[in-house]
Design a protein around this ligand. Structure first.
Ligand code: ADP
Length: 700
């Protein structure tokens, strides 16, 4: 075995050194495409994947930074199958390894994992099989690399590549630093031949990238950063009057989808589950106050699609690979953008449209402030450091809070936070899909600033608003605010409107809130500019009748954006087939076929093997294993005749339309006496009710 390996290694080195850039590399690139199709059922590589795969096949160290769901695994799995020898994948979590290996086995790839979930006997057996060359890909936990048994195996095995998954765990700058990751380099240095090293992560700060490269001692690596954007995710912020009512409504409107609802505390998880039960919605839950077995049972119920809703604290999610999560709702605003994007990013890993909705409530800021103030109490850090961390956390909380108020593109807001810029219009967030009118609020902004100045910048938002509204409350009398020239000056604007303007002034940097327990609103130096001639503050307000909190029509459209109702019927049928197969096999349904694959089956309606292999995500192995049941279901549903079950242009082919262009496609509408009669109005209605009635009339 040892002799064979060293010959193979020399041969491989010869190919690498002598033939790079030549026909051999082209041949390997072609093999990579063939493997992508054969095992994974995909026709082409995604953005970034091709470069990374090619780099590995060239024999270069490679570092890939791609957001969740971008397809990092394919980047090392495909080259692992093209090259001879073994690829060792170092992964931090048992659940991740299990999921990856199950998915590979389902695709017909021989892969295994070696970690503490196996008994000593099972580990020895797995290593024996590995020695016999049964596996091309082996997942290991970093701790395993130091055990004698594993080192002995590695010394004689033909390890061609070491892949470091979740590579940010190696960095002390990262949030998830794992000291055990530092063992990887020592392990690699002990191998008889230095393998190719590839590393992948979704965390892309400069410090983390430098750390990965340096600690792993990558040699002139190819580094590919594909960016943070997740184009398939729709972002929305809502400020509901009653969060529970909206959640129940949302879930009922999305019954066939599965989703996660994040709450900030254990008690809100428990309470929300209770509320859902009262509305006949059964859900799984997950938080640190439950026993391990309870948590595992609930997690499995969700992963295996036995329960479609998971209510959880942020303890849930790390290492969850479920690809068909169609929505992530935040019942409370999280404490910073990093947590928000990471949690929201658990939606739509399969690349299909998914929704990330944040329910904002003013109490969320208070809860987070409390958590920040009390979070580091018990940890063993010095006072100065604790103060620094608190200040940093307060700052992050502010940025998160502004996200909930901005009327600009939400995607742009998130990406800018991570250091990326795009054109400020994504057409897939509540800001971009809401029609706004612009209002000049310069006068009122000046009044607000003057009012704050007049009272010595000593009060919080509520006192300022109460003054401008002319409220009769003791605090104002005690502080002489009732004598202010601004007292009652803006009473006609309404409290909510004044709040909007103040938030706008905070987001634009003219005002700021102090980080004290009772935050005080202060004036920034830049506010002076607002009094210069010609300077303006323009605020966007949703147009009446088309308000973002009522985006149900938008959601209904998204559900059936690609498939017609016949198509959706077939989709349900195929999903049932998938559920039955998953139950028989004891694997999560999304491991059999993703939602994207089922959708493509509805569009293409394959009747033969040849046609079925053209469906995205259907590789040869999965065809042999599962396709028959789906072929039968499609044949039955269609009676063997292909129908049009999708709208002419599938979503990705539609050129994104700008809001203004969309407006121009709307047909003109005139209110005629006939239409008025058809509206059957009550005697007295307000404008919004009238607009609602019109919308109903038009959609019928
Ligand atoms: P990541 O590890 O980056 O979060 P995954 O490797 O889990 O992402 O991939 C996310 C999803 O994208 C999976 O369902 C995977 O099968 C799919 N995928 C990956 N590459 C491609 C591709 N080239 N074409 C179509 N789907 C792909």
């Amino acid at each position: 075995m040892k002799l064979m390996n060293s010959i193979e290694r020399r041969y491989y080195k010869y190919l690498r050194d002598e033939c790079v850039g030549g026909d051999y590399l082209k041949y390997k690139d072609q093999s990579a495409l063939n493997i992508l199709k054969k095992y994974f059922g995909y026709d082409s590589f995604r953005k970034g994947q091709e470069k990374l795969v090619h780099s590995i096949l060239e024999g270069r160290d490679t570092l890939g930074i791609m957001p969740t769901g971008a397809g990092k695994s394919i980047c090392y799995q495909v080259p692992a199958l093209v090259m001879s020898g073994i690829t060792l994948v170092i992964s931090p979590l048992i659940s991740l390894m299990k999921d990856q290996v199950t998915a590979l086995n389902q695709a017909g790839v021989h892969a295994a994992y070696i970690n503490s979930s196996l008994t000593a006997k099972q580990v020895t057996l797995a290593i024996d099989y590995a020695r016999q060359g049964r596996y091309q890909i082996i997942y290991v936990a970093p701790e395993r690399l130091e055990t004698e048994e594993f080192l002995e195996f590695a010394d004689s095995a033909n390890i061609n590549m070491v892949t470091v998954d979740e590579a940010h765990c190696i960095s002390q700058w990262g949030q998830d630093f794992r000291p055990s990751y530092l063992k990887i380099v020592r392990f690699i240095e002990q191998l008889p031949t230095r393998p190719i090293i590839s590393a992948f992560t979704a965390t892309a700060t400069k410090e983390v990238i430098e750390d990965i490269s340096c600690v792993l001692r990558l040699k002139e690596p190819t580094i590919e950063v594909t960016g943070y954007d997740r184009a398939n995710l729709y972002f929305e912020v809502r400020t509901p009057k009653n969060k529970d009512v909206e959640i129940v409504d949302y879930i009922k409107n999305h019954e066939s989808n599965c989703g996660i609802i994040y709450c900030s505390t254990r008690s809100s998880v428990d309470e929300l589950q209770e509320k859902l039960l009262q509305n006949e919605i059964s859900s799984a839950k997950y938080h640190a106050g439950m026993s391990d077995s309870e948590r595992n049972a609930n997690q499995e119920d969700f992963i295996y699609d036995r329960k479609s809703v998971m209510i959880a604290t942020n303890a849930f999610g790390m290492g969850i690979d479920k690809s068909n999560v169609r929505y992530v709702i935040h019942y409370n605003m999280p404490k910073n953008m990093e947590s928000y994007y990471q949690e929201a990013g658990r939606a739509g890993r399969d690349g299909e449209p998914a929704e990330c909705i944040l329910f904002y409530g003013a109490r969320d800021v208070k809860i987070n402030q409390f958590l920040i103030e009390n979070g580091n109490e018990k940890s063993e850090i010095g006072d100065a450091q604790r103060e620094l961390i608190r200040e940093r956390d307060e700052e992050r909380l502010k940025i998160m809070t502004y996200y909930c108020f901005t009327r600009d593109c939400l995607r742009e807001y998130i990406l800018r936070y991570f250091g990326e810029y795009n054109d400020g219009f994504c057409n897939n967030c509540s800001s971009c899909l809401t029609e706004y009118t612009e209002q000049d609020v310069t006068d009122i902004s000046q009044d607000i600033i003057e009012c704050i100045r007049e009272c010595g910048q000593r009060f919080g938002l509520n006192v300022i608003i109460a003054t401008l509204m002319g409220r009769k409350i003791a605090k104002l009398t005690a502080n002489q605010m009732v004598n202010s020239k601004f007292y009652g000056k803006r009473s006609s604007e309404g409290e909510a409107y004044l709040k909007h303007v103040i938030n706008k002034l905070i987001i634009d940097g003219y005002l700021y809130l102090t980080n004290d327990k009772y935050s005080v609103v202060k004036i920034d130096r830049s506010a002076r500019n607002l009094f210069d001639e010609g300077s303006k503050v323009i605020m966007k307000l949703p147009k009446e009748g088309f308000i973002d909190s009522d985006t149900s029509s938008h959601k209904a459209k998204r559900k059936s954006e690609v498939l017609t109702s016949r198509g959706l019927g077939l989709f349900d049928r195929l999903r049932q087939v998938r559920t039955n197969l998953a139950r028989e096999e004891g694997v999560p349904p999304y491991i059999i076929f993703s939602d994207k694959t089922l959708t493509d089956m509805c569009i293409k309606q394959p009747f033969s093997k040849e046609e079925m292999l053209k469906v995205t995500g259907v590789g040869e192995h999965k065809y042999e294993k599962y396709a028959q049941s789906f072929l039968v279901a499609i044949e039955e549903y269609t009676n063997g005749t292909k129908e049009t079950m999708s709208y002419e242009q599938p979503k990705e082919e539609i050129e994104p339309k700008r809001k203004k262009e969309q407006k121009s496609v709307k047909s003109e509408f005139y209110l005629t006496p006939d239409i008025m009669q058809g509206l059957h109005l009550e005697e007295m209605i307000n404008i919004s009710q009238f607009v609602e009635a019109l919308k109903c009339y038009r959609s019928n």
